[in-house]
Design a protein around this ligand. Structure first.
Ligand SMILES: Cc1cc2nc3c(=O)[nH]c(=O)nc-3n(C[C@H](O)[C@H](O)[C@H](O)COP(=O)(O)O)c2cc1C
Length: 233
């Protein structure tokens, strides 16, 4: 997933696809609000591109679009607009799907801040960590998760795969409570898809873009169609 740094240079990194946002074409990811990609989104217009290769079928997808960061600023309060509440709920459901050990990473020190623990300097040649270093590491990387604020309960292990957007047991969602403030649901709203099929001769390449000439009738979600244009590879 590539974003644009404030100085115009690209920044690219690997992320895990976590299914489509229910009832929409937006791709979902999770991230830490303190990571640099979030600053890129906030500093700019959210411009992004995703490259995804499927080796078994020899297909490449390049998805251009706009990133949207769903943070704790989105609220499920009844007074809030329906669209905001739906996104806040999607964030909470995604949080509930994270494994307990994955959730811990949102309590870790700021991504890319300098690591100063003694263990950071230790090498395997030096014979592993001393018990004191082990304890220091654990204090940083295995912090105690704050108790869920609503209702008091356990952190269930998610039995749902990352591509499962629906079907979350509402009880488990409630039991995990409010996501940590550093937890963000990241949405990529696609505007153009470049699809290349390598298998076969010649290769097939198709550009899918938003059909701005036709407007799907309401009710929401307001979804326009896609225009497919075959192009030379
Ligand atoms: C296999 C793999 C999966 C990853 N999945 C994610 C992810 O889902 N979300 C994420 O924020 N970072 C993920 N990362 C870490 C990012 O690649 C990146 O290092 C980190 O997000 C910091 O990026 P930034 O400084 O550009 O924000 C993953 C890394 C690897 C190697």
């Amino acid at each position: 997933l590539a974003t644009v740094r404030p100085d115009g240079r690209p920044a690219v990194r690997t992320v895990v696809f976590r299914g489509f946002l229910e009832g929409s074409e937006a791709l979902q990811f999770t991230t830490d609000t303190r990571s640099e990609k979030c600053a890129h989104i906030e500093a700019g217009n959210g411009a992004a591109e995703l490259a995804w290769y499927f080796p078994e079928t020899q297909e490449q997808y390049r998805v251009q679009g706009t990133l949207r960061l769903i943070t704790g600023a989105y609220s499920e309060e009844p007074s809030r607009p329906e669209a905001e509440r739906a996104l806040a709920r999607a964030r909470r459901i995604m949080w509930a799907k994270m494994s307990p050990s994955a959730r811990m990473s949102w309590l870790w020190p700021t991504p890319r801040s300098t690591r100063t623990t003694a263990a950071a300097a230790a090498t395997s040649e030096s014979g592993g960590l001393t018990p004191e270093q082990e304890a220091e590491e654990a204090a940083v990387y295995k912090p105690a998760m704050p108790a869920p604020s609503q209702p008091a309960g356990r952190y269930p292990v998610s039995k749902y795969g990352p591509d499962d957007t629906g079907g979350m047991d509402p009880d488990s969602v409630e039991a995990t409570g409010v996501p940590l403030g550093t937890f963000a649901l990241l949405l990529l709203e696609p505007s153009e898809v470049d699809h290349l099929v390598l298998a076969g001769f010649p290769q097939r390449r198709t550009i899918y873009s938003r059909d701005t000439t036709t407007q799907a009738p309401p009710p929401p979600p307001p979804r326009r169609g896609w225009l497919a244009r075959p192009v030379h590879p």
